[in-house]
Design a protein around this ligand. Sequence first.
Ligand code: C5J
Length: 226
Amino acid sequence: MLNMGSEVTVDAEPEPIALDPQKTAVIMIDMQRDFLEPGGFGETLGNDVSLLKKAVGPCKALLDLARRTGILVIHTREGHRPDLSDAPKAKVERGAPSMRIGSPGPMGRILVRGEPGHDLIPELYPLPGEPVIDKPGKGAFYATDLGSILQHRGIETLIVCGVTTEVCVHTTVREANDRGYKCIVPGDCCASYFPEFHEMGLRMIKAQGGIFGWVSDSQKLQRALG
Ligand code: C5J
């Protein structure tokens, strides 16, 4: 565990960033079977889900680091109520997926809470006491109690990991940035079905003096905190 009030500096772009581990949370975005395993929501949209696997090892290392150092860990899951009452028609009916949200698939109903596909992958499973946020949208603040949880713990800095870089990670970083949080995104702890969107998503965060936040990686965080 790190001492109260002990700031560390993390090598990042566009510039190094100081953080207080006691006022920092790791947010693990949507590391769910529905996005990472065959037969889930990601694959219904025509994506190669194997592209997301490379983020799992670095995320695991970062989770271990956060747990060792006493940094708050929060997990999110994208998904809907079984009656789909919180799923906008425009989302359910969009595009031409092989199976729509709510349809029965090999891991249960697609993107529905309580189904096997909605669960977090075993490698990154939450420990007892780590908050899990169920979100109906792409951003982790929309229609959730994430803001209250962060406020009650005095959190100022977020280390945002997960999938996919340009969708739920980006939306969450943008929401957090507008709410006054400093966001650090370890690039190797995120992944996309579109490697070029991943690269561009990270560039967009750190451009213009860090318009949305800072980009770093799991090893740099390990060097600063470990
Ligand atoms: C998507 C997500 N890609 N978690 N969700 O639909 O990024």
